[in-house]
Design a protein around this ligand. Sequence first.
Ligand code: PEP
Length: 247
Amino acid sequence: MKKKLIAGNWKMNGSLSSNEVLIKQLLLGLSTPNCDVAVCVPSVFLGQAQALIQSSRLDLGAQDVSMYESGAFTGEVSPAMLKDFGVRYCIVGHSERRQYHFETDAQVAAKARSALAHGITPIVCVGETLAEREVGKTEEVVKRQLAAVIHINGHCISEIVVAYEPIWAIGTGVTASTGQAQQVHAVLRAQLKAATPHADQIRLLYGGSMNAANAGQLLAQPDIDGGLVGGASLKAQDFLSIIAAAH
Ligand code: PEP
């Protein structure tokens, strides 16, 4: 049976001193989690985080990866570099990258392929804006975003993680209702089923203001296999409570 996955997205937060405190608190509270747990840290902190979490139950994640292997791409981080630091997961296509860095569906799909080629599990984010939801386009948007990833990754699709993150719920304190989240997850599961016989093994995470109070209900939905957690992953007790709600 697949284990749930709780992944923290630190976004552009942290410092050498605060990271050390946070990771040490997490490790203290994480003796035997019932689920897989990862922290996706800014790339400059990968070495520090790798050293702190080695041989622990905490996995290391990154927040982005280049679609290229190496070369003249100033500022980019390649999948081989991430692998060198023991990175197991990499977020691709977070809405903040789609919105502020104009990443297209095709680029997100290429980044997922780049991660997979190096044995890194991409956490592929999909999600609609409030305006898209209000005009009934939620399904169309998330299916289009996921279709691009399915299209270029073929049978490797069974190796990915998908995170449904409604943009209107990210960092806003507004969470999708369990019904809204489950409904979209079921749509994504059906789309994956049409692409691979292993769709039931693919973990579908919910993200968007997940916290200690709402995690239990969200994680109890049949197609919600974990969470991608932003703000609450920066506070050890909150993140540990979400992890405790996942089994
Ligand atoms: C995120 O950044 O992926 C996220 C879900 O953020 P938050 O939990 O803060 O809404």
